[in-house]
Each structure stands twice: as C-alpha cells, then as structure tokens.
Design a protein around this ligand. Structure first.
Ligand code: ADP
Ligand SMILES: N[C@@H](CCOP(=O)(O)O)C(=O)O
Length: 294
C-alpha cells in the first residue's frame, strides 16, 4: 500500500484567474492505494457524504483511468468539498502521485499536472490546472497552456471557510466573458506585483497584488458576509483579502504576527452575519508527499 498526503490549495489569488495557485500547509487529503483488477473508492472525512464513490464521477477515478492504473483507493478528506480550497484537486493530485508510484509509471510531477487536471474537468467542466499544479508541486504556481512555473514561497495566510458551499461549476457561470482594457491593464499590474512578492516572500507585495476588478466582484457577490469579513481582516492587519478559488472560502495574506488576530476577526464577522465558519492559520506550503507503507 502507498499513502500520499496532498495539500489543499487556493487558486486564482484574485489577479491570476485560472493561472495562479498556492499549496497550503493545511488542510490536506490522505490517499491510500493498492493494486486491484478494477478501481473502487471509499471516502471518509470532511464532507465525504457529498462525494460520489463511483469512479466515473470521482476525480480519483478519472486519474486512475488516465494512468491506466486500477486500484483500491481510500480517500480521507481533510479538505471539505466546494469550499474554495481545491478539494477535488487535492484528491486528484494525491491519486496521481500514488498511482504513478504504485504502477512505476515514472512520470515527473510536472507530467502529472495534466493527468490530475482530467479530474477537475470531470467536476467543473474545464481542465483548469491552477489547483492541481500547486498540490503536486508545492509553493506558488503559474499554470498556463505552455506549462507550469513553480517557486517555493513562504507567505503567511488565513483561509476562512464559512459553513456554506459554492460549486466551482456554478461559480464559473458568473465569470464575465469580456473585460475593459482598463481593467485588464490594472489586473496585469497586480498579477505581476503578486508574482514578484512570492519570489521575495513579501506579504505586502503579495497582499497588494491580489486586487482584481474583473472576476472577484462577481464571485464575492455569491458569498454571504464577504464584504464584512474582508473589512474585518484588513482592519486586523491583513495585507490583502480575496475569494479563495471559486469561494466561498476567503483568503487573507498577512504577516505571521497578525495571523491569529485576523483568523479571529474573520470568524467573528461571519458569525455576525449568522454564518458559522472555521479558519486555517497557515502559510504557502509543500506539495503532495508520498509515503511507502510497505
Ligand atoms: N475526490 C473528490 N474530492 C472532492 N470532491 C469531489 C471528488 N470527486 C468528485 N468530487 C465532486 O466535486 C465537487 C467539488 O468540487 P468543486 O466544486 O470544484 O469544489 P472544490 O473546490 O472543493 O474542489 C463536488 O460535487 C464533489 O462531489
Ligand atoms: N480557477 C478556478 C479555481 C477553482 O478553485 P476551487 O478551489 O473553488 O475548486 C475557478 O476560479 O473557477
């Protein structure tokens, strides 16, 4: 049996829609695999009751298919589905690493990105790689049609998840089809600022670079309490706040000394809006880790 711990991720980071992503130190999915004549899936953990065990409908089934690697797959969900932390992608990335090793396929982590993205196509309608890339490679990733660029980074974060859910497929429906040149110019500037900030481990630049006037305003309107939570985080010292992935999770960038206060302020603001939430005090972290259990 092989075990993989595959981290949650936060995609988009505001200005990098469908391109930017970071691996989070926590939470994570744990995937266990054993060779079998046919793929079967069992699921425990956060939100497991909402996730299909049919391999045709589960992201790990799509990965097993793509790698021609049938297996008994056990998923222990640490990443709650439809919360904006790349839950479906964490399972897909974990399965890709585990099955690649189980069947000695010899593919690199970069080569596994499009394979894991097959799982994302299954659930969201498009094979966007901005969650699977950081879950596989760790750090900060820039996923484009030309491939993935990765840098290790160490930037403190708070990911606050309300007890509501938004499906990525639905949230893709509100993304504007066009944008003004002024907004595009503005977003390119912020995206570049963010990328430089990641290379310097600079929370000020990363926080400033989250700003985006194209996708985030439409997405944040789907999240009850978003404006109050954002304000509360900024008042508590966050250097920037945005929607995590397709939401409803909210991501704050900060200095380490402010992280605890920001987490409390965000949860209090959701609470004031009548919504329970939980906050992960975390940071940009490592990619999927493989354990050989013998
Ligand atoms: N292994 C899996 N882990 C989580 N969700 C999965 C998995 N396989 C299929 N799904 C489905 O994917 C959807 C969640 O994916 P999505 O809406 O993209 O949110 P998330 O950001 O949490 O991945 C749910 O409908 C869930 O049932
Ligand atoms: N780029 C995608 C990212 C979705 O992330 P998720 O964690 O919400 O699945 C999008 O914004 O649609």
């Amino acid at each position: 049996m092989l075990t993989v711990r595959a981290p949650a991720t936060s995609a988009n980071l505001g200005s990098g829609f469908d391109v930017f992503g970071v691996a989070l130190g926590a939470p994570a999915d744990v995937i266990r695999v054993e060779r079998a004549p046919e793929t079967s899936i069992t699921i425990t953990g956060a939100g497991s009751e909402y996730i299909p065990t049919d391999p045709e409908q589960n992201t790990v089934g799509a990965v097993a298919d793509a790698l021609e690697a049938p297996a008994t797959i056990r998923i222990d969900k640490g990443v709650r589905p439809s919360s904006g932390l790349g839950s479906s992608a964490a399972s897909a990335a974990g399965a890709a690493v585990a099955l690649n090793a189980l069947y000695d396929r010899g593919l690199s982590r970069e080569e596994l990105v499009p394979i894991a993205a097959e799982g994302e196509a299954l659930v969201s309608g498009e094979a966007h790689a901005d969650n699977v890339a950081p879950s596989l490679l760790g750090g900060f990733t820039i996923a484009t049609d030309d491939g993935v660029t990765q840098v290790d980074a160490s930037v403190p974060l708070v990911a606050c998840l309300p007890e509501t859910s938004v499906s990525t497929r639905d949230a893709r429906g509100v993304v504007p089809k066009t944008a003004s040149l002024e907004d595009v110019v503005d977003t390119v500037g912020h995206a570049a600022t963010l990328a430089v900030g990641m290379t310097r481990d600079d929370p000020e630049l990363v926080g400033r670079g989250l700003a985006d006037a194209i996708v985030t305003p439409e997405r944040s309107a789907l999240i009850d309490g978003y404006d109050a939570v954002r304000e509360a985080a900024l008042e508590a010292g966050a250097t920037g706040v945005t929607v995590s992935g397709a939401g409803p999770g909210v991501l704050a960038v900060c200095r380490e000394s402010d992280r605890r206060g920001i987490a409390g302020a965000m949860m209090d603001a959701f609470d004031a809006a009548g919504i329970e939430s939980r906050a992960y005090q975390t940071a940009v972290g490592e990619g999927a880790r493989l354990y050989r259990d013998g």
